[in-house]
Design a binder for this molecule. Structure first.
Ligand SMILES: *[C@@H]1O[C@H](CO)[C@@H](O)[C@H](O)[C@H]1NC(C)=O
Ligand SMILES: *[C@@H]1O[C@H](CO)[C@@H](O)[C@H](O)[C@H]1NC(C)=O
Ligand SMILES: *[C@@H]1O[C@H](CO)[C@@H](O)[C@H](O)[C@H]1NC(C)=O
Ligand SMILES: *[C@@H]1O[C@H](CO)[C@@H](O)[C@H](O)[C@H]1NC(C)=O
Ligand SMILES: *[C@@H]1O[C@H](CO)[C@@H](O)[C@H](O)[C@H]1NC(C)=O
Ligand SMILES: *[C@@H]1O[C@H](CO)[C@@H](O)[C@H](O)[C@H]1NC(C)=O
Ligand SMILES: *[C@@H]1O[C@H](CO)[C@@H](O)[C@H](O)[C@H]1NC(C)=O
Ligand SMILES: *[C@@H]1O[C@H](CO)[C@@H](O)[C@H](O)[C@H]1NC(C)=O
Ligand SMILES: *[C@@H]1O[C@H](CO)[C@@H](O)[C@H](O)[C@H]1NC(C)=O
Ligand SMILES: *[C@@H]1O[C@H](CO)[C@@H](O)[C@H](O)[C@H]1NC(C)=O
Length: 669
């Protein structure tokens, strides 16, 4: 049984998808019906890729093995560090949610928001300031806003477009989708990127921009114009001759129309060109004169990229040839070279963006397109990969990167709701990339001043990369990776951190002690037993979006005479070393409690949590921006009623795909 974490007070969990259990404060376990309800594991219920149970074999310890002891010599002041990144003025990692699954991931509509989603986002926002989320993808270019749909629906999918190899359905949606995003932002600081459809620039559909600007206001980060335009010709959406100058011209048509649309008052928030870096390099677009021509309407410059694809498996018998074997590609994600290689083609562009004064954003990325690789994209290895790749992008002057969330056909989802026919007895699956996002938020902090350097640690050994993070110009954290799996324990390493000293005119700078948080799992192949600072989201179909378990950070005593702090990194694992109390406190919210949930299902159980327990069990930390207190006043448990009221004192009764989730939240400011 999992122990309760700080601030994790009263909630109902589906532990390991094995039994319905209600946890009350202080760890008492209550079974609401007195009956064990389900003992089957998730995989028995579904063949969906998102819930596959393929566990690969971790690569052997490399030969030669990396040195197990090395020194990291650091400068206290960022001014003395060559090659430090730009200052990151906001959160780095966010999500890119495929438009067609937004009603499975964010909420059903503007009055039914999914509690696990809100909880996950609250965890990240508490640490990063806000969560950037793009709703779009292949489906955005053909999405059409209509006033209403039959039967109160807010999103409808037309039959799949057979000319589109990713088979994303054409979408019709109502303004309620935008209200849904806005209502989510009223509860948790989430800011959104949306996309203006570009499939037909002779018959523009600017409705999404009009409604988004009116409804989302400051919570609209930008409007993407063009999604992977270099793939338009290949996907049959444009003539085979379609090139960067054609895109340049079409972009201008839309810009002109936006300029004439008085319902789109903000006209400098476009995000482009979002090339997949398939047929076109970003340079081909820059060479059209794109940036100077559109500088006044561009909010950010953008690209999208996946380092590999699993299209042959997704489309057997298609043009993609023999499917790749997941075990064969696994090691591609298990060393530092991967992130470095992905980022290398963009260094020129991130520099060009910097000169143009524009953020450079990776609008959509993940392990592999066409759904990812089972056993790879959903393994602990992908959590390490995601973190290293993210840190490499941040070091290379990307400003933001959004990890793609698809549907249940995809293995790479940071989070996946249960298939709808299982939602009565299952919760969400939180994947390894959610840990990358959470840990990234803690690694960069929220001062809007973080700067990074890739330390080329351990003489550049590809299995043991490390980064230093500066805040307000001063050393704040060190991030240490170990990509190797070795259950014997023999491949853990010790990094000796030494600040200042050793250099002419530099006093010894080590503190007397440092705090270390670990992201660990038994193997890079592990799928669910992953912990960050002792806490976990649990197994498949088992998460309500909150961290479980007891928070656990290590204190390491340093030797101030020798000016050394010895930090151990297990194999595999990631260690985040906090060099100052400020850095630690900034990344460690006082409470992880966010939205409490009560689950009432038809047959599984009829738990009603004692209102006085809820009333006293949340928000006792106080003082932090996103602490949410809770009482049960106003909850009547009726599935048919749903309400979102004022953002400061909100009562939501939410239907979670068949599971009735009641919650109310009160923001303490
Ligand atoms: C849910 O639907 C899938 C696909 O239709 C089916 O294979 C599975 O057995 C169903 N699960 C339950 C619990 O009904
Ligand atoms: C949201 O969906 C639920 C049913 O899933 C419905 O009862 C409610 O009226 C809907 N709200 C809006 C604003 O459409
Ligand atoms: C663009 O998308 C809309 C909406 O899906 C569709 O009706 C229209 O036919 C598409 N236009 C082209 C040229 O493909
Ligand atoms: C929530 O959505 C409804 C539309 O259903 C809207 O009337 C309301 O203003 C929204 N609330 C917020 C805080 O955006
Ligand atoms: C926008 O307005 C200008 C001048 O008023 C006009 O020349 C142009 O054709 C308009 N563009 C569109 C797309 O309506
Ligand atoms: C960077 O991009 C610019 C614009 O496309 C190009 O002129 C220049 O040659 C590129 N530089 C490098 C080093 O690739
Ligand atoms: C390291 O990763 C790169 C990039 O993915 C890959 O090409 C290479 O084979 C990997 N090296 C080893 C030794 O696995
Ligand atoms: C990132 O930008 C900084 C500041 O301009 C520069 O010094 C550094 O070399 C850049 N990093 C990379 C990897 O291009
Ligand atoms: C960081 O910038 C955001 C605006 O993007 C601001 O709301 C926030 O207060 C800033 N944080 C700090 C610590 O200054
Ligand atoms: C989970 O992993 C940890 C190491 O990270 C290990 O000590 C523990 O025994 C594992 N638990 C299970 C249930 O496999």
């Amino acid at each position: 049984m999992l122990a309760l974490g700080i601030g994790l007070t009263c909630c109902l969990l589906l532990q390991g998808a094995q039994a319905v259990t209600v946890y009350f404060q202080n760890g008492a376990v209550v079974n609401p019906t007195g009956a064990v309800t389900s003992t089957a594991v998730a995989a028995q219920y579904t063949n969906d890729a998102a819930f596959n149970n393929l566990v690969l074999t971790a690569p052997p310890v490399p030969s030669p093995a990396p040195p197990q002891q090395f020194t990291i010599q650091l400068q206290q002041s960022g001014q003395n560090v060559q090659g430090l990144s730009i200052q990151h003025t906001g959160p780095f990692f966010g999500f890119s949610i495929e438009f067609s699954v937004v009603t499975q991931t964010v909420g059903r509509n503007s009055t039914f928001l999914f509690v696990p989603f809100l909880n996950l986002m609250a965890l990240i926002a508490e640490r990063a300031g806000y969560v950037p989320i793009r709703v779009g993808g292949n489906s955005q270019d053909t999405a059409t806003l209509v006033d209403s749909l039959p039967d109160g629906a807010v999103l409808a999918k037309d039959k799949a477009d057979s000319s589109n190899p990713t088979q994303t359905p054409e979408l019709i949606f109502t303004p309620d989708i935008i209200y849904m995003l806005s209502n989510a932002s009223a509860l948790v600081p989430i800011r959104w990127y949306l996309g203006i459809p570009m499939n037909d620039t002779t018959d523009l559909r600017l409705g999404i921009a009009e409604v988004a600007e009116a409804v989302l206001g400051d919570n609209l980060l930008g409007l993407q114009l063009g999604n992977e335009p270099d793939l338009y010709a290949g996907h049959g959406h444009r003539a085979p001759t379609y090139g960067p100058f054609d895109y340049f011209g079409e972009f201008g048509v839309v810009v002109n129309a936006i300029g004439n649309d008085s319902n789109i008052p903000i006209r400098n928030n476009l995000v482009a060109p979002s090339v997949a870096t398939g047929p076109w390099t970003p340079e081909l677009v820059w060479n059209t004169g794109f940036i100077p021509a559109y500088s006044n309407v561009l909010g950010s410059l953008s690209v999208e990229h996946y380092p590999d694809d699993n299209c042959a498996a997704a489309f057997p018998g298609g043009p993609f040839g023999a499917p790749k074997v997941p075990q064969d590609v696994f090691s591609n994600y298990l060393n530092h070279t991967s992130g470095v290689q992905i980022v290398a083609p963009y260094l020129n562009s991130s520099n060009i963006a910097q000169q143009a004064g524009k953020p450079f954003v990776m609008m959509e990325t993940n392990t592999a397109s066409c759904g990812g690789f089972p056993g790879v994209s959903d393994s602990f290895g992908s959590a390490l990969w995601g973190l290293d790749y993210g840190l490499q992008m941040a070091y290379s002057n990307f400003s933001q990167a959004l990890l793609h969330v698809g549907g249940t056909d995809d293995t790479y989802n940071p989070f996946t709701p249960p298939p709808t026919n299982q939602s009565e007895f299952h919760q969400w699956s939180v994947g390894p990339l959610s840990y990358s996002t959470l840990v990234m938020a803690e690694t960069l902090g929220n001062t809007n001043t973080s700067q990074l350097i890739d330390l080329n640690a351990n003489s550049g050994n590809i299995y043991t990369p490390a980064y230093a993070i500066y805040e307000k110009g001063s050393l704040a954290r060190v991030a240490l990776f170990n990509y190797i799996t070795d259950p014997s324990g023999a491949s853990s390493y010790t990094a000796t951190i030494s600040i200042g000293g050793g250099q002419t005119g530099q006093p010894n700078g080590n503190p007397s002690q440092v705090t270390v948080k670990y992201l660990v799992a038994p193997s890079v192949a592990e799928k669910t037993n992953i912990t960050w600072a002792g806490q976990t989201f649990g197994g498949q179909l088992a998460s309500d979006g909150r961290l479980l378990g007891t928070y656990d950070a290590q204190t390491v005593q340093c030797d101030q005479t020798q000016n050394t702090c010895n930090v151990q990194v297990p194999a595999p694992g990631y260690a985040l070393v906090f060099l100052t109390n400020d850095a630690l406190e900034e990344s460690t919210p006082a409470s992880t409690a966010t939205f409490s949930t009560t689950i009432l299902t038809k047959t599984i159980n009829t738990a009603t949590v004692d209102p006085t327990v809820i009333a006293t069990s949340n928000g006792q930390g106080g003082g932090r921006p996103f602490l949410l207190g809770s009482t049960s006043k106003g909850s009547d448990g009726s599935a048919a009623t749903a309400a979102v009221v004022a953002p400061t004192t909100a009562v939501l009764i939410s239907l979670l795909a068949g599971v009735v989730v009641m919650f109310e939240v009160m923001r303490r400011t």
